[in-house]
Each structure stands twice: as C-alpha cells, then as structure tokens.
Write a protein that binds this ligand. Structure first.
Ligand code: CAA
Length: 382
C-alpha cells in the first residue's frame, strides 16, 4: 500500500492544521470550561467543505476521499477534540445513512443542507437499556394513516441538542429482534420530537450530548431510510465505517498531547537540566511518538479500504484502527500528564483536558470490547 499522501490531501492537511492552530486551539479550553457549543468552529469548517467532505458535489459535498476525511478529523481534533467529534458524528453517522439509504428527494432537500454545515445532524441508536446491545431498541414506529408514529427515548446522542436532523432506529415489528428494526429521519420542529436531558460529561465538553424524546411524533411515510426491517443492518453499515472518524479523533488528541509534552520537556528544568535530557522522559516521548505513528498507519489503512468500498475489509480495519487509536490515546495522554508532573494535573495546562477527552474514544461508537468482538467475528469469517 502506498502511504504517500496526494497533493490534494497534503493541502487539506495544511489547511486544517492552520485552522486548528489559529482558530480552534486558542478557544478549546474556554469552550471546555463553559460547555458552550463551538458554532464559530462549525461555521468555518462548513465554509471549507469539511461538513460534507466525502459526499458528492451534486449534494453540495466536497467529493473528497476517506483518507482526506481522516486527515481532517485528526487535525481538527488536535486543535479541539469536541469539534472533532461534532464533525465525525455529523459526517459519518448522520450523513452516511442518508446518502446510502435516503430517497432522492431527501438527499436533495436535506443532505444538501447538511453537507454545507448549514444544518447539523445526529444519529440515535443508543437507549437507556440498549448500548452495546444495539438490537435491544425499544423505541417504536407504527404506520398509521400514511404516517410513521414514533415513541421512545434515545440517549447519549452526540449533536443531539443542536441537530436540525436526526436519524434513528425504532422497532417496526416486535418479537423478531434485530430484523424488526427500521431506520427513520426526523426533522427538528416536528411535533412530538424534543431534546431531553443534557449530559454533563468528563470530557469533550463543548459537544452536545443529549436525550432525544419521541412522543407520538408523526413523520412522513417517505422518511424511512432503506426498507422496513433493514434498520439494524443500516446502523451496522453506518458504524462499520464511522469508526474511522473516532480513530482519527483519538489520534489527533494523542498528537496534541505529544506536541505539548515535547515542548514542555525541553523547557522544564530540574536538577539543573532540561528534563528532556533524562532518559526516563526520552523513553516516554519515544513510546508516545511510535504508538501515534502506528495508529496513524492503521487509520490511513482503514480509510483506504473505505475508499475501495470493500465492506468486510473496512469493517475489520476500522474496528482495529478505533481500538488501537483510542487505547493508544489513553496511554499517550496519561504519559503527557506524567511528563508535566503536578502542572499536568491542573487546568492551566491543556494535557488534563486531552486525558479527559481521550477517554470517551474507548467508549462511543462501540466500546473497545465491542471492537474486539467485531474484529474477532471478521477474523472467524475470513
Ligand atoms: N453489517 C451488516 N450486517 C450485520 C453486521 C454488520 N456489521 N453485524 C451484524 N449484522 C447482521 C448479522 O449478519 C445478522 O443478520 P442475520 O440474522 O441475517 O444473519 C444480524 O445483523 C444480527 O447480527 P448479530 O446477531 O451478530 O448481532 P448482535 O445483536 O449480536 O450485535 C454487535 C452485534 C456488533 C454487538 C452490535 O450490536 C454492535 O455493533 N453494538 C455496538 C453498538 C455501538 O457501536 N453503539 C455506539 C452508538 S453510536 C455512538 O456512540 C455515537 C456517538 O456518540 C459518537
């Protein structure tokens, strides 16, 4: 495999890196503290085409490839991890099922406004009692007089409080497990659709994580994505590819932690010398850099398989990339705090935020345990 980036990918990386350095990074700590949604970041990313990066130009997308997408999410997350997940959940989880399974009318009317960042999207499969067990959904949808009527609650929904469009699973036939689920699109403002509890989180504090509540919410019959009964497979299709976005987010957080730790190690003096002259510190830096490079190669490889459309391959490689990058990010941010010592534990420096932000990447879009399950299932099928 050729890991050389194209001219276009290098240009995109430089653009995103500059934006992250000049616009996202200086505001990230403040957004983390206030838990305010970073609208200004999203607006700029919309102008650059990042809010619809892999979708065709006919729907106002940027028509780029998945390696470009991974590069963009890594660079954005290096500046602000909350913005990284906003971009990832929007692109991978909301736009993808609309693009692959929505009607032409939905794509023209709705996808075209999501790709520009004018609208933000969210994806809801998780429920209070259906997390890793995605088929354990209890929200229902019933067809009555030519309308789907939705009832139930989704929770832990990234972008939930700011989304103009939600795509969710609901049971359309009870008692047959995953085959009884269907996938629906709901627009904000539809009577019976509201945002519930807003979560107060450990990290990625500027991203909106909420409940979505459906109370006799009527939507047009055409708002089903795919066919009735296809909901679970659409959710799996979406997550299979979406995980590369979270892997790239974890990678960006780790790279930011290494950048800070390296600079601090050179400047901090103890025992009359810069701490970077001590082997104990050098070994930590060396391990951090090596693990980051390994994760980056896995992320590029997974994104490359997504470009080929080879589902079985990318399902396994996206899970591997997410598993390794998220656990790597945990180890790297842990070491970054260690290098900063007491200062690393205080909010004055950014590494404690990186540590908090990295933690969720081992949980959302499938826990590390679920990634291992997906990888093992694929290995046993090969
Ligand atoms: N693609 C297509 N079909 C698939 C599939 C896939 N990846 N995985 C399973 N299926 C099919 C199976 O072939 C099977 O079909 P048949 O009955 O026709 O053979 C059917 O689906 C059921 O399969 P399983 O019995 O294997 O399903 P399961 O109930 O054991 O679940 C699972 C499998 C992998 C554990 C799945 O439930 C899963 O991925 N769980 C994790 C959910 C998750 O990632 N949640 C994150 C929420 S989103 C989020 O976090 C967003 C955010 O905030 C950023």
């Amino acid at each position: 495999m050729d890991f050389q980036l194209t001219e276009e990918q290098l240009m995109l990386r430089d653009t995103c890196r500059q934006l992250a350095e000049n616009d996202l990074k200086p505001k990230a700590a403040e957004y983390d503290r206030t838990h305010e949604f970073p609208w200004e970041h999203v607006k700029k990313l919309g102008e650059l085409g990042i809010m619809g990066i892999v979708y065709p130009e006919e729907y106002n997308g940027a028509g780029m490839d998945y390696v470009s997408y991974a590069i963009a999410v890594e660079e954005i997350s290096r500046g602000c991890a909350s913005t990284g997940v906003i971009v990832s959940a929007h692109n991978s989880l909301c736009l993808s099922p609309i693009y692959y399974f929505g009607s032409e009318d939905i794509k023209k009317r709705i996808l075209s406004r999501l790709t520009t960042g004018e609208w933000i999207g969210c994806f809801g499969i998780t429920e209070p009692n259906a997390g890793s067990d995605a088929a354990g959904t209890t929200a229902t949808a019933e067809l009555k007089n030519g309308k789907w009527v939705l009832n139930g609650t989704k929770n832990f929904i990234t972008n939930g409080g700011v989304a103009s469009v939600a795509v969710v699973t609901a049971v359309t036939q009870k008692g047959i497990g995953s085959k009884g689920l269907s996938f629906f699109l709901i627009e904000k403002g539809t009577p019976g659709f509201s945002v519930g509890k807003v979560e107060d989180k450990l990290g990625i504090c500027a991203s909106s994580t909420t409940e979505l509540v459906f109370d006799n919410c009527e939507i047009p019959e055409g708002n089903i994505l795919g066919k009735q009964g296809d909901g679970f497979k659409i959710a799996m299709h979406t997550l299979d590819g979406g995980r590369v976005g979270i892997a790239a987010q974890a990678l960006g957080i780790a790279q930011a932690a290494l950048d800070e730790a390296l600079a601090y190690a050179k400047e901090r003096k103890q025992f009359g010398k810069s701490i970077s002259s001590f082997q104990a510190i050098q070994w930590m830096l060396a391990d951090m850099a090596t693990e980051i490079e390994a994760a980056r190669l896995l992320v590029y490889q997974a994104a490359n398989y997504m470009n080929t459309g080879d589902r079985q391959r990318y399902s396994k490689y996206c899970a591997m990339a997410k598993l390794f990058a998220s656990e790597m990010s945990h180890r790297v941010t842990h070491k970054a705090i260690q290098i900063f010592g007491g200062y690393g534990y205080c909010r004055e420096y950014p590494v404690e935020r990186f540590y908090r932000d990295a933690r969720i990447t081992e949980i959302y879009e499938g826990t590390s345990e679920i990634q291992r399950l997906v990888i093992a299932n694929n290995l046993l099928k090969d």
